[in-house]
Ligand binder design. Structure first.
Ligand code: NAD
Ligand code: ZN
Ligand code: ZN
Length: 336
């Protein structure tokens, strides 16, 4: 089978012929139909974060395809099902986090395309206890971005506890941001979209954003305060500056939700303003299998639109450049 492999940090990925993986205990083998390119895959391939994957590894955690084989201990009911392989490849299932609906915080979790080989390949081995079935009303092309970009921003809006008529500023209208705009609207938020690329702001407008702020042309802090400040600011950019701007954009009682993971990112937090303004800073990491099932349900019901362009896995390195240059309308998806 064909796979895109990170052989060393910061080097182009290798397209390799590899044997189709064999299902170990608890695993199933998925024949990939669609596999999204998340900015996290770029961070992984560059070794951007303090906890690093070990090359060689196969990135990809927005994989969707059919189950072709199962390993020991896996129910035969899985065979032929269409499933999504998310970032959370598997959690332990019995720690205090797993038992209280916070499997995303499990300290013994495995991560697709990071600590275990992921979905940038024609086949992937996944854990039956980690995958989520894709309902018939969701195409594989749409399901792929929903599997990380969708579930992550859906969860971010949930943890922010957005109430109807609250002002939600979304910083970064990329793969994640184009879905965040929609989930913020679904719960009744008034959405301000912030990006540095006019084409991304135009997409946000088409997806229902109420206000647009071009952070390259104007100061987003002043623009957002001019309309009353943000009750919630969700930061989905892969650079540090928008985090500081988002914090400064909050009104009193505001919540900053950090989702983007820029290399070496640090936010200066003024204690006085945070205390007197009753502001919160929240970190949000992907979502649970249940969150993903809800994301699929909303999409099947016609509540969200997924904007994609398809590519071939052979072009993975050019695709990384496209994402980094800010040229991608929302999400690139490898089709198999
Ligand atoms: P993306 O490249 O598709 O989108 C990033 C967007 O930010 C682009 O539209 C870009 O134009 C915009 N941007 C860049 N600089 C900006 C600025 N100064 N102000 C406003 N917008 C700016 O990336 P993505 O796939 O959506 O991922 C975004 C980030 O989220 C990455 O760091 C990724 O690793 C992280 N991520 C986190 C989680 C999580 O669970 N916390 C899950 C998935 C991805
Ligand atoms: Zn991702
Ligand atoms: Zn656990």
């Amino acid at each position: 089978m064909k796979a895109a492999v990170v052989t060393a940090f910061g080097r182009p990925l290798h397209i390799e012929e590899r044997p189709v993986p064999v299902a170990g205990p608890g695993q199933l083998i998925v024949r990939m139909q669609a596999s999204g390119l998340c900015h996290t895959d770029i961070h992984a391939a560059r070794g951007d974060w303090p906890v690093k994957p070990v090359p060689p590894f196969v990135p990809g955690h927005e994989g969707v395809g059919d189950v072709e084989a199962i390993g020991a201990g896996v129910s035969a009911e899985w065979l032929g099902k269409r499933v999504a392989i998310p970032w959370l490849a598997a959690a332990c299932g019995h720690c205090r986090y797993c038992l209280t609906g916070w499997e995303t915080l499990c300290e013994r979790q495995l991560n697709s395309g990071y600590s275990v080989d992921g979905a940038f390949a024609e086949f992937a081995a996944a854990y039956a206890r980690g995958v989520v079935e894709v309902p018939a009303g969701v195409s594989s092309l749409d399901a792929a971005p929903l599997t990380c970009a969708g579930v992550t921003t859906y969860k971010a809006i949930k943890v922010a506890r957005v109430r109807p008529a609250e002002r939600v500023a979304v910083f970064g209208i990329g793969g994640l941001g184009h879905l965040a705009v929609q989930y913020a609207r679904i719960v009744g938020g008034l959405v301000t979209a912030v990006d540095i690329e006019p084409a991304k702001l135009e997409l946000a407008r088409q997806l229902g954003a109420d206000h647009l702020v071009d952070a390259r042309a104007t100061d987003p802090v002043a623009e957002i305060h001019a309309i009353g400040g943000a009750d919630v600011a969700v930061v989905l950019a892969a650079t540090g500056k928008p985090f500081e701007q988002a914090l400064q954009s909050l009104s009193r009682g505001g919540r900053l939700v950090c989702v983007g993971l820029p290399a070496g990112g640090v936010i200066p937090v003024p204690i006085f303003d945070t205390v007197l303004g009753g502001r919160s800073i929240i970190g949000s990491i992907v979502g649970t299998r249940q969150d993903l099932a809800e994301v699929f349900t909303l999409h099947a019901a016609g509540r969200t639109r997924v904007i994609t362009q398809t590519r071939k896995l052979d072009d993975v390195n050019a695709c990384f450049e496209e994402v980094l240059a800010g040229l991608v309308p929302a999400r690139l998806v490898f089709e198999f």
